[in-house]
Design a protein around this ligand. Structure first.
Ligand code: ZN
Length: 203
């Protein structure tokens, strides 16, 4: 009987120990969580001006125009038309360089071009010319798409966040359809994130 009691006592004390251990683990976790909270609070306090900045960004996004004005679009159109003309002229001169002077025919990628050049250099030059030409005509197509977006008054609107792509970027890359940040990182910028969350919220 006594041994039974004793063993019961041993069992109890083992349970007790386990409980205590568990309790101390909970305590430790709580303490760790409290520390984390404290650290987060400290960070939030430090980030006070950043919070202000976020509020400023939200206000900026709300106040930002949704489309470019007709005057802006007119300027973009002029710029794109000039680029288009320039590119087509370049393409024409490339085509000319691809023309066989003796036959007056365009040299296709597979045709036997003049034999006066070394075969390797010749092929390389030809390949380069074709590459430039295909890039050029692709660019013209993209410029045409941009012109269509101007007609539709959607030109300059970022496909990702719906904000206006800055003028400077459009002047540098008139065919751009997203903000530079998204193009470079695959993630929207701060303002873009705000615009996206607003869009998601259905506002
Ligand atoms: Zn964007």
């Amino acid at each position: 009987m006594a041994t039974k009691k004793g063993s019961k006592a041993v069992v109890k004390s083992t349970v007790q120990i386990m409980r205590e251990k568990a309790a101390s683990r909970v305590k430790q976790t709580r303490k760790a969580n409290a520390n984390l909270k404290k650290a987060a609070a400290a960070r939030a306090e430090k980030a006070g001006p950043k919070k202000g900045a976020t509020a400023r960004l939200i206000a900026q996004v709300a106040a930002a125009p949704k489309v470019y004005s007709p005057e802006d679009l007119k300027r973009f159109r002029e710029m794109i038309l000039a680029k288009r003309k320039e590119t087509i002229e370049e393409l024409d001169s490339l085509k000319e360089s691809m023309m066989d002077v003796t036959t007056g025919e365009y040299i296709s990628e597979s045709s036997n071009y003049s034999l006066h050049m070394e075969q390797g250099t010749d092929a390389m030059e030809r390949e380069k010319t074709f590459l430039f030409a295909s890039r050029g005509s692709k660019f013209v197509n993209q410029l045409d798409d941009a012109l269509a977006r101007i007609d539709a008054r959607t030109y300059g609107i970022c496909k990702t966040c719906g904000l206006l792509v800055p003028k400077e970027r459009l002047q540098a890359v008139p065919t751009a359809q997203t903000c530079a940040e998204y193009k470079n990182t695959g993630l929207p910028c701060d303002k873009g994130r705000i615009a996206l969350s607003k869009k998601k919220a259905g506002k």
